[in-house]
Design a protein around this ligand. Structure first.
Ligand code: PMP
Length: 370
């Protein structure tokens, strides 16, 4: 990358597609025209070519290593984004089961998943945070999951509201736990054996848009009914090594590079979590230091490490904040169009320098604005 291109990079707080690690972008740039051993771009080779199969298996292996995934679970690379999983999960685990599935509604994305699941079968909301505008998460005593549930569904990090589970919700033995981890995947270690299905679209912490990682307990693969459209059956993808049809080859290549960056440059997910905690603590400390100006959306104990959401006293002040931030190379800080306010997404690849600069800007803005 020429120095001018690096200099032109702003601190990008987009919620997704989001900032990618600079070493990953550099490597992709170096290999863009001719991937070593291929004589052409990754984008130009068959998904069945040995060169691509090596890229695919390397990416799968790195996901397994990072998350400590054993033989009990498959790692699939699918298309259709996280939203297709809103439908694939109930299509495979609920439709025709004669059971009910249980959903925790903790924000926009789990609410969206409920809407799609209802098309596939009977569901029950076991908890809904609407009454407090999704600013908190349930305690174990606030919900109950019957032992014959088709599955318990939750979203580990609500990207729009900025609330994050610090650990898995309680789930009876034998009930598959299903998690939408789209916006905190790869941000911390996980105990994969607790999950029936954990999925994440890549475009926040794991790569560019186009690939969705699905980690599924092999015992669940027989469950989908044969007459479902072929793409929707998890086992078709598992039996064909994520090549039931043409997978998103370039996105998988990029995901592999991100996983390698996490392993080799960061030192794994425990190190990544430490860094993420520090970055988030830095921003929340500024929010808390100026309560008359910054009103955090999430209740303190449920604050997200990934999406720091807060409001200022009026839209006019928020407008000035965003304009001032942009003048300091701090961009894409506006909250989701459905809730407004400010949202600083500080995914894995957001450098500490970006968080330092935002924290400094917030302190300076507080001095001018008050
Ligand atoms: N779930 C969560 C937690 C998300 O943040 C998003 C996207 N922002 C989605 C689902 C939807 O993802 P996609 O656009 O890939 O379908």
């Amino acid at each position: 990358m020429s120095p001018s291109a690096t200099d032109a990079r702003l601190f990008n707080f987009s919620a997704g597609p989001a900032v990618l690690p600079l070493p990953v972008l550099r490597q992709a740039q170096e290999e863009l025209l001719a991937y070593p051993g291929a004589g052409c771009s990754v984008m130009e080779i068959s998904h069945r070519d040995p060169v691509f199969l090596k890229i695919l298996h390397d990416a799968q292996q790195r996901v397994r290593q990072l998350l400590g995934i054993g033989d009990s679970h498959e790692v699939l690379f699918l298309q259709g984004g996280a939203k297709l999983q809103f439908s694939m999960v109930p299509a495979n685990l609920l439709r025709g089961s004669g059971k009910k599935a249980h959903y925790m509604v903790t924000g926009t994305w789990s609410k969206g998943a409920v809407g799609e699941a209802k098309k596939e079968g009977s569901i029950e909301k076991v908890w809904d945070g609407a009454a407090t505008n999704y600013d908190r998460l349930p305690a174990a005593a606030e919900y109950q999951i019957p032992a014959d549930s088709a599955y318990l569904y939750y979203c580990s990090n609500e990207t729009i509201q900025g609330v994050q589970f610090s650990s898995e919700p309680a789930c009876p033995a034998g009930v598959p736990l299903v998690c939408d981890a789209s916006s905190d995947f790869f941000s911390r270690p996980l105990s994969i054996e607790k999950y029936g299905i954990l999925y994440a679209c890549a475009q926040k912490n794991a790569g560019p848009a186009g690939v969705t990682v699905v980690i599924i307990d092999r015992d669940l693969l027989p469950r989908g009914e044969e007459h479902l459209p072929g793409y929707l059956l998890y086992r078709n993808h598992a039996e064909n090594d994520s090549e039931w049809n043409t997978p998103p080859t370039f996105a998988i290549y990029m995901l592999g590079l991100v996983a390698r960056w996490l392993q080799e440059d960061i030192g794994g997910l425990a190190s990544m979590e430490r860094i993420n905690r520090e970055k988030a603590a830095q921003l929340y400390a500024v929010v808390d230091a100026y309560p008359h100006l910054y009103q955090g959306h999430a209740a303190s104990e449920f604050r997200s490490m990934m999406n720091v959401t807060f409001r200022l006293p009026s839209e006019e002040v928020e407008g000035r904040f965003l304009k001032g931030a942009a003048e300091h190379a701090l961009v894409h800080l506006q909250g989701h169009r459905s809730v407004g306010g400010i949202r600083a997404s500080i995914y894995n690849a957001m450098p500490k320098a970006g968080v330092d600069a935002l924290a400094q800007f917030m302190r300076d803005f507080a001095r001018i604005a008050t």
